[in-house]
Ligand binder design. Structure first.
Ligand SMILES: [Ca+2]
Ligand SMILES: [Ca+2]
Ligand SMILES: [Ca+2]
Length: 157
């Protein structure tokens, strides 16, 4: 299956579960605390690897791959609850704010990213979730986020 098809399948399954449980689609993407921390300019700068004041889809993927690697202490292909919420002094994310790390590592966020509900978040689930966040922010659909897109609309309709 190519990548776009996979994403379409994921989006379809998310839509199904949304209508089944009557949650707002946005509730699937982020807690209020997570959105607030992610959408700070300080975080945007950390994802903007080349410093051109735009975050591309590739920069975001690369960033979240690195976050996954820091949390994934045992080096397999998924994050378990103990890795997700483990002591932050042992798995400090040097390239994220403390506020962002804290909000990311809530069990609510873990559940939102665990698309198949097996209590593990695979690298694919982790990246797909962040790709959905990116797509929601990318209102101009040019595969990059400027500062205005970054700061707005993640939790709005
Ligand atoms: Ca950039
Ligand atoms: Ca793991
Ligand atoms: Ca899973």
């Amino acid at each position: 299956m190519n990548f776009q098809l996979k994403n379409a399948a994921l989006a379809a399954s998310m839509l199904l579960s949304v209508s089944a449980t009557a949650f707002a689609a946005d509730a699937m993407l982020a807690t209020g605390g997570y959105a607030r921390q992610l959408q700070k300019m300080e975080m945007m700068k950390m994802l903007d690897a080349d410093g051109n004041h735009m975050v591309t889809a590739a920069e975001a993927d690369s960033y979240y791959n690195s976050v996954f690697d820091v949390l994934n202490k045992d080096g397999d292909d998924s994050l378990e609850a103990s890795e997700w919420a483990g002591p932050s002094n042992k798995t400090k994310i040097d390239f994220a704010t403390g506020g962002y790390s804290r909000e990311l590592r809530s069990m609510k966020m873990m559940k939102m990213m665990d698309a198949d509900g097996d209590h593990k978040v695979t690298r694919e689930e982790f990246l797909n979730h962040h790709r959905a966040v990116f797509a929601k922010l990318d209102t101009s659909t040019d595969q990059q986020l400027d500062a205005q897109e970054w700061a707005k609309g993640l939790l709005s309709k």
